[in-house]
Write a protein that binds this ligand. Structure first.
Ligand code: MV4
Length: 504
């Protein structure tokens, strides 16, 4: 990235670990950062790390992080010429993007027309088919009436899937295995889509059984120069929430990777897309791939791409948004080693992954060679209930996949977070699972192989947590002292921790 002056100051319209991630990129580029916070986030880590922080309203996100007027006003008041939206909140909101364009504030993301096109799944499918991109067989316009759907479904062949045109994230989706199920599925899909997106348009696609989810990272500058930064495998999901991601995907060989990468570039060029974005594909059993959708934002799992390509995606986003041309060339990009990310949510894996807000009593972050912890919390802070429960991400890099799995297990074993429940013990069992370990997991993995986990793990987990809690409280309160001669062997917190690490 040469030439072109960067912004002096950027407002980050987000919170938590992603706000912290963007602040770091700003610092490294010599750009001042302005954070925003709701009343529940006064003491949040991102506020403490930003050069300045501005209040934007009460705790509910509709009144703060989603409040476009307050965010734009905050940018103007603090002299920011650009806004980074992170992920979630306003990141894929075409109205917000357009408001920024009108106010002469640079939205660090794609242009509003591209955002609009990829946000409309049916329109995107048509555009991609026209561009010669393989799409899932199915309808090219929204369903008019149930009769037409029944005819279409027969033509596509059961099983089919009802999908919301405004959709994403699995909302409004229904699997239909035969004609008798079609009407109720359409009805349910429409109802769910209406309440989630305010738009009840649905359409039908052929249902792909047990697909893998493989996505490609793309960067495109304002002149249309477009490169891909290879793939991320994101098949380990629970109810459409990703849990573990990695790069490279164990399902691709060099030839397929090249084909999919070229297709991803074609998708973005057809959408006249700029800045950073992701092209999602489904990969079926026979390794045929289909375009699914475009994620028009920096994604939660972007670090695995950064670790294997050595490219800082947030710095690239900022550079391109300030008008710089891409200096990366496709032929010079490659993947080195293997990276895995585990998401640390405030959720209780022993209790149906219910949210687990509360005070962080103790946090010991894992570290060591090839270990990265993208974190939005600190010890003593209260995790609010109002937002997405993601607290942090643990990312490891190693020379190959097996070494990365071992490094992840070691780091998860070192990770101590007390006060709230987290899925750390669940994540360890995912990474230890032979199906995952062989790289054979599909999107059905959690349901098929981890369903009974809570019942089996509950007591053991409680004991282990109690052990770790006792050990750390003892460490915190009692500085190590030399045992007096003849005294009975004292309780050793370190030994207790050793047992915790071994997963006893
Ligand atoms: C599908 C599919 C099977 N066949 N479409 C889920 C989220 C949404 N973005 C698309 N999704 C799917 N679409 C057809 N025609 C299966 C899924 C799916 C899935 C996709 C990616 C990752 C995890 C998933 C879990 C369940 C279902």
């Amino acid at each position: 990235m040469a030439e072109g002056k960067l912004f002096d100051k950027i407002l980050i319209a987000n919170r938590g670990e992603i706000a912290v991630r963007v602040i770091r990129a700003c610092r490294e580029l010599g750009i001042r950062s302005v954070g925003v916070y709701s009343e529940a986030d006064r003491a949040a880590l991102h506020c403490r790390m930003a050069d300045e922080a501005v209040p934007v309203g009460p705790a509910p996100s509709l009144e703060s992080y989603l409040n476009m007027d307050r965010i734009i006003e905050a940018a103007k008041r603090t002299g920011c010429r650009a806004i980074h939206p992170g992920y979630g909140f306003l990141a894929e909101n075409a109205d917000f993007c357009r408001r920024c364009e009108k106010e002469d504030i640079v939205f660090i993301g794609p242009n509003s027309a591209a955002l609009e096109l990829v946000g409309d799944k049916v329109r995107a499918r048509r555009a991609m088919e026209k561009a010669g991109v393989p799409i899932i067989p199915g309808m090219k316009s929204v369903a008019a009436d149930d009769e037409e759907c029944a005819a279409q479904a027969r033509k596509i062949g059961y099983p089919v899937m009802v999908k919301a045109s405004a959709g994403g994230g699995g909302k409004g989706m229904r699997i239909v295995s035969g004609e008798d199920e079609l009407r109720p599925a359409l009805e349910a899909g429409r109802r769910e889509a209406k309440s989630a997106f305010g738009d009840d348009s649905v359409y039908l696609e052929k249902y792909i059984e047990e697909p893998r989810h493989v996505e490609f990272q793309v960067l495109a500058d304002d002149s249309g120069d477009t490169v891909h930064l290879f793939e991320r495998e994101c098949s380990i999901q629970r109810r459409h929430q990703k849990i573990v991601e990695e790069s490279p995907s164990p399902a691709l060989d060099p030839e397929l990777r090249m084909k999919m990468g070229e297709t991803a570039r074609k998708v973005m060029m057809a959408a006249k897309y700029n800045n950073a974005g992701t092209v999602e594909f489904l990969l079926d059993r026979n390794k045929r791939f289909y375009f699914l959708e475009v994620n028009a934002r920096l994604q939660v799992e972007h670090p695995v791409t950064e670790m294997v390509t050595g490219v800082d995606l947030v710095q690239q986003q900022i550079g391109m948004a300030s008008g710089r041309k891409l200096s990366l060339r496709q032929e010079e990009l490659g993947q080195r080693g293997h990276a895995i990310e585990c998401r640390i949510y405030a959720e209780d894996p022993t209790n149906n992954f219910l949210p687990s807000p509360g005070r962080i009593l103790y946090l010991k972050e894992p570290s060591g060679p090839g270990v990265r912890h993208d974190c939005g919390i600190y010890s003593g802070w209260d995790v609010p209930i109002h937002y997405d429960p993601i607290l942090a991400k643990l990312i490891v890099w190693a020379e190959d996949r097996e070494a990365a799995c071992r490094r992840m297990l070691s780091a998860l074993g070192d990770y101590v977070l007390l006060g709230i429940r987290t899925p750390i013990p669940f994540l360890r069992d995912v990474v230890r699972h032979p199906v995952f370990r062989e790289g054979k997991a599909t999107t059905g993995f959690i349901k098929e192989h981890m369903e009974g986990w809570a019942a089996e793990a509950k007591d053991g987990e409680k004991r282990r947590l109690a052990l770790a809690a006792a050990a750390y409280l003892a460490l915190d309160r009692k500085p190590a002292s030399r045992p007096t001669a003849g005294a009975r062997e004292a309780y050793s917190p370190w030994k207790a921790l050793g047992r915790w690490r071994q997963g006893e």
